[in-house]
Design a protein around this ligand. Structure first.
Ligand code: SF4
Length: 239
C-alpha cells in the first residue's frame, strides 16, 4: 500500500512505500517504530509480496522503506533487488520530468553502494542519518559507525547521485568535526530535527551549540538548504 505522507517526516515526500517490514537490525534505541513492532509482535524483516500489487504511479516522490532500514545487513540481496527492480520498472518509459523520484534512506549506505549501478538510481535520492559526529554505541546499537556512513555517502555523491543528510534526532557533537562530516556528504539538503518520542534520554546539545552548527552549515558552499524541522524550531522558540 502506498501511504500518503502527512508531513511528519519530510515535506517533499508525497508517499511512503514499505515492501519490507519488520524489526530493524540496527535497533536504534530512539526509533519511532518500537511501539509498532511490539504491538503487532513483529519479528525479523520480511518481504511483503502483496506490496508489489501497489500502483507506484500514484506517488510522485516516494520514500521507499520508511519503517525499517531495507539496506541493513540482514536484508537479503534478492529482496533489495526485487524492490529496486519494481521501482525502476515504473520509470522505464516515462518522458523527461515525469519520473517518480525515489528516496532511499539508510544508516548503512555502504550496502547501497552494492546496488548503485541499478537504473533506479537515475531518479533517486540517497539519504543517511548522522545524529552526531560522535558514536553513541549504547543508543545507536548495531547501526554502522558515523565515519563509515560518511565514507559511503561521499562515494555516492561523487557518482552524481543527489544526497541528503538528516541530523535527527540530534545528539551532542563537536561543531567543526560534525560540520566537516556533513560537508563531505555534499548534501543538497540537511535536516535538523530533535528527538520527540523520548523513549530514552539522549545526550542533546545546547540550543546555542546547535545554532552555531546551523550557521557553519549555512556558510558552506558545498551544502544546499539547511532545513530546521518544526520540532527543533519549537525547541529554539522555548529558549
Ligand atoms: S535505522 Fe531507522 S528504522 Fe532502523 S532502528 Fe534505526 S531509526 Fe529505526
Amino acid at each position: 500500500m502506498l501511504n500518503k505522507e502527512t508531513g511528519n517526516m519530510y515535506r517533499f515526500v508525497t508517499h511512503t512505500w514499505n515492501p519490507i517490514k519488520g524489526v530493524c537490525y540496527h535497533g536504534c534505541k530512539y526509533c519511532y517504530m518500537h511501539p509498532t513492532w511490539e504491538k503487532y509482535r513483529m519479528d525479523k524483516p520480511t518481504l511483503i509480496q502483496k506490496e508489489f500489487t501497489t500502483d507506484l504511479n500514484e506517488g510522485q516522490r516516494i520514500f521507499v522503506g520508511s519503517s525499517t532500514d531495507m539496506f541493513a545487513e540482514d536484508i537479503k540481496d534478492k529482496w533489495i533487488k526485487r524492490v529496486l527492480d519494481c521501482c525502476a520498472a515504473y520509470n522505464e518509459d516515462k518522458p523527461q520530468g515525469k519520473h517518480i523520484i525515489y528516496f532511499f534512506q539508510s544508516k548503512n549506505p555502504q550496502r547501497i553502494l552494492q546496488f548503485i549501478d541499478h537504473p533506479v538510481f537515475k531518479h533517486a535520492v540517497v539519504l543517511t542519518t548522522l545524529e552526531s559526529n560522535r558514536n553513541y554505541p549504547d543508543i545507536m546499537c548495531n547501526a554502522p559507525r558515523i565515519e563509515d556512513r560518511v565514507k559511503a555517502m561521499e562515494i555516492i555523491a561523487q557518482k552524481g547521485i543527489v544526497t541528503m543528510v538528516t541530523v535527527e534526532p540530534i545528539m551532542d557533537f563537536d561543531t567543526d568535526e560534525f560540520a566537516e562530516l556533513i560537508r563531505r556528504c555534499k548534501p543538497r539538503w540537511v535536516n535538523i530535527g530533535k528527538d520527540e518520542k523520548k523513549f530514552v534520554q539522549l545526550p542533546e546539545p545546547t540550543i546555542e551549540k546547535t545554532k552555531e552548527l546551523i550557521k557553519c552549515l549555512e556558510a558552506c558552499t558545498e551544502i544546499g538548504k539547511v532545513n530546521i524541522k518544526e520540532n527543533a524550531q519549537r525547541w529554539f522558540n522555548k529558549a
